[in-house]
Design a protein around this ligand. Structure first.
Ligand SMILES: Nc1ncnc2c1ncn2[C@@H]1O[C@H](COP(=O)(O)OP(=O)(O)O)[C@@H](O)[C@H]1O
Ligand SMILES: [Mg+2]
Length: 259
């Protein structure tokens, strides 16, 4: 099992956001998480990455059988977990190249071949159809929403993760950029077939490009329903009512079985 989340509860400012959350991702699997705003999707991604603002109050996270709970974010990254954040950060005065060089160097226990790094960075920018001049600009400063998202993917390509978490990677991308980003993810996945993907999205159109094995709908800090690609289409046409409809049906069933 690549990732196993067991009964995880996570709070922020004493407010419970994830509530006995369970999820298992095997090598090579693609899982999609959809759900209303505020249901805890980004919290899940940050808890996996070990963001200290999010307090794990119970439960465990395992990566390749290793318990992550007490590991710092950089230690988790070194194990091969990567998160493309919903809102990538800006740092004035630190260039993309500096930032990425540090990230790759941390990932490789301080070792870095500068020539290889520069070559790979240029290649990933060109694969993503990004202007190479941007490499030397301050991290994400003045970047458009789409350029920031592409920059996250450039980072992903350089870090060569085993588990990729993409938090709303498609928001802010125009149709052509969405295709370019998806093509790069698919190519990476093809070259590294054991890589697991956890994709958080609001739009089923992303799934026209990236084929999911499972689609989960999350509400109130829990997975309320799991299905396949069809569930995303159902959600697109009926909205989150499909969850309530299912719960009502369950209640009816429970009531009738009690009689
Ligand atoms: N850093 C934070 N500080 C305070 N509240 C937060 C923080 N991060 C998330 N929350 C709250 O946790 C809930 C879940 O947020 P989030 O995980 O971002 O939801 P989603 O990604 O599903 O839209 C929301 O009510 C949000 O306001
Ligand atoms: Mg979010």
């Amino acid at each position: 099992m690549l990732l196993r989340i067991d009964n995880l509860s996570v709070s922020i400012d004493n407010k419970k956001i994830l509530n006995d959350y369970n999820l298992e991702i095997k090598e090579g699997e693609v899982h999609v998480i959809m759900g209303p705003n505020g249901s805890g999707k980004s919290t899940l991604s940050k808890a996996i990455m070990g963001d200290t603002r999010y307090t794990v109050t119970s439960g465990n996270i395992y990566f390749n059988g290793k318990k992550l709970n007490d590991l710092k974010t950089d230690e988790r990254a070194r194990l091969g977990i990567f998160l493309a954040m919903q809102n990538p950060m800006e740092i004035e005065g630190v260039s993309n190249a500096d930032f990425l060089r540090t990230a790759v160097s941390i990932k490789n226990d301080g070792k870095l071949n500068l020539y290889e790094f520069a070559k790979n960075l240029e290649k990933s920018y060109s694969n993503l159809d990004m202007d190479k001049k941007m490499i030397h600009r301050s991290l994400n400063v003045g970047f458009s929403g789409g350029e920031r998202k592409k920059n996250e993917i450039a980072q992903m390509l350089l870090l060569e993760p085993k588990l990729i978490i993409l938090d709303e990677i498609d928001s802010g991308l125009d149709v052509d950029s969405l295709k370019i980003v998806s093509d790069n993810i698919n190519k990476y996945k093809k070259e590294n077939p054991k890589t697991g993907l956890l994709i958080i999205t609001h739009h089923q159109r992303l799934l026209d490009h990236i084929n999911p094995d499972f689609v989960h709908i999350m509400t109130c800090g829990k997975i309320a329903k799991t299905g396949d690609r069809k569930l995303a289409l159902e959600l697109e046409s009926h909205g989150f009512n499909i969850i309530n409809a299912k719960n009502e049906q369950n209640n009816i069933k429970e009531e009738s079985s009690n009689e």
